[in-house]
Design a protein around this ligand. Structure first.
Ligand SMILES: [Zn+2]
Length: 113
């Protein structure tokens, strides 16, 4: 998938609202799995978040990597971004590559901390 297409799908999914806090305009495509770890440009691997490198939810995610992994905002290189629920302002979701989503079952303890 092209970068342009991935950004477009993620923006359509979010409706332009930060998918993490739901309280600010989304401005930034957050890679759940880093590009450096083989993370693709895809709807499932992206989150539309507010802020930039150091501000808003984007900045928060990068400043709190352990919490970000726990909440699915970041995905470790060996995990599948399609299978890891992401905690959004709507609740925990599973994302697909077409820009769709489904409610995720919360595995016990997944959101501890
Ligand atoms: Zn936000």
């Amino acid at each position: 998938m092209s970068e342009k297409r991935a950004r477009q799908l993620v923006r359509e999914r979010s409706g332009g609202v930060c998918e993490v806090c739901g309280a600010a305009r989304a401005t930034n495509y957050q890679h759940r799995k880093n590009r450096s770890q083989g993370g693709p440009w895809s709807a499932a691997n992206g989150l539309d978040v507010c802020g930039s490198g150091t501000t808003g939810c984007h900045g928060y995610i990068h400043a709190h990597p352990d919490e970000a992994c726990l909440k699915g905002w970041s995905v470790r290189s060996w995990d599948d971004e399609h299978a890891i629920p992401v905690q959004t302002h709507m609740g925990p979701l599973l994302l697909d590559d077409e820009g769709g989503w489904a409610w995720a079952e919360i595995t016990e303890g997944a959101l501890d901390g």
